[in-house]
Unconditional design. Sequence first.
Length: 401
Amino acid sequence: MTTHAHHKVLIVGGGAAGVTVAARLLRLGLRDIGLVEPSTTHYYQPLWTLVGGGRARARASARPQRSVMPKGVSWLRGRAETVDPEQRTVGLADGRTVGYDRLVVCPGIQLDWDTVPGMAQAVVAPHTSSNYSYELAPKTWELIRSLRSGTAVFTMPSGPIKCGGAPQKIAYLAADHWREQGVLKNIRVVLVLPTPGLFGVPVFAAELQRVAARYGIEVRTNSELTEVDPDGRDAVVVDHSSGAEESLRFDMMHVVPPQSAPDWLKATPLADPADPAGYVEIDRHTLRHVRYPEVFALGDAGSSPNSKTGAAIRKQAPVVARNIAAGLVHGGPPPASYDGYSSCPITTSRHRMLLAEFDYALRHRPTFPLIDTTRERRDMWYLKRYGLPLLYWHLMLRGRA
């Protein structure tokens, strides 16, 4: 096999995880880092919820990819298509083959629109949108702003998704806007969740129950959207507890597609053979592959059972960087460990937010122990809208936070 390039560390994916790990490795003194990424635009995706809620502009979430690439990293502009962990090579869609000593896999997550019949057609129809797309998020706000009466449905799929709180964040933002406009009493709001409660950590679930009750939201737990008729504006929801089907005719709907590892990654030996979603099979603490010790994964494409958020990446990236650097320099077992920390900033209104922080054991892990972040707060709103984007662009992507 002809190898067109070789790097001591090769990173697949130039999103939050890939850029942050690259910056961290540079700060640890490693050189000869290659990064595979086809996109020319880098997105701060957590802002899309606020775009859909009319609280931010879409363009504020986008910057040129070249502006976030760490200096000294070789940007391989292309799309990964195959991985051969035995030969330690990555094949690109343009025919190039790139070798590596260590591989970091973080290509993000795949949105499986076609998994739910009618969903792909619905999001391009007039009454349905999704904040999980840069192009669609502004449409969500248009639908919310124009609705004065009727039924609004907000759905979440089963299985891991990026930012598990996002499906209900937009419901609260919408309901608060309708409250401000004096029309909430004329709108039936239905939130469809596959989980047994609003959140997996009891203290946060209790607060979100109060929020949902305040807006009069009908919460369907253990339930899931299984089909959409975009022309008839009909959503079929199944209650997994009873098996009962419910047909909801909607005037607007916000959907979240089921998600999985990218199809090309599922077809590689790196995928967990027991997981049809195809995530990279890694040790949940070291983030190293369980069968190929030269391979690491983090972010949305990894099999670690944490919530798939930017906050998780911020804690995972230093672990991956330290473990790679230690292995290349000294050998031996990985010295750094990840405890599953994740954070979900949940907007509960257009001016307040609940900051849910937790680890693998679903223990509350507050960053600000002197502040009660188990309750919705106005100061946390400013953190979400202004503080976290600044942290992301100026510190996290530079390996400083």
